[in-house]
Ligand binder design. Sequence first.
Ligand SMILES: [Zn+2]
Length: 216
Amino acid sequence: MYLRPVPTRSPAPAPVFIGGRLWLDFVNTDDARLGQRVDVIASLSAYVDWLVAASVVDAERAAVLRRRAVEQPSGASAALVEAQRIRNVLRDLALRGRDPRAALAREQAVEEINRVLGRSVGTRRVEVAADGAYARSFVPVGDAFGGLVIPVVESAVDSLVRGELNRIHRCADPRCPRVFADDTKSKTRRWCEMKTCGNRAKARKHRQRPSRTDDG
Ligand SMILES: [Zn+2]
């Protein structure tokens, strides 16, 4: 059964962008902070905030989406439920996609991706950001909510096409659900972030050392 998220009582938790790929950052919206499970996109408004933070939609389009969410609450909540469902499929792909035995996880992800892409009607564009960086964008026609997840899904397609599932890992802290692409040359990235999980692990290791050593 789908558990409806509690309406936002406090500001949504700030998103983190540590995945190295848009689709992994999207998976990481189902997060844990200080041992507590946190859904960064628990409401449509929080979902739109995340899309803005991820540079998927600009402020102008976000304002249109928020207006339409008020006018069409059922369409908005359906889009949110669908985004969360796609997120589960993508999490499975991130966690198990590189396992040769996980053919089913890959098949399900491809099926879901094709379902989303098959419905998409809109214009694909390349946009130039203020800092000169280029980004793909997708401007849907018709249903304002239907196309929102398309850039996320296309980013997963890029990872499939590049054959890079084998560099996608979960954070080495067992309490941390975050996933990321290891883009280091040495293939040694272990933590979602050094400042959280990495430092905690370092501190634990330090405590386990004989007390006379204090080099870090
Ligand atoms: Zn972590």
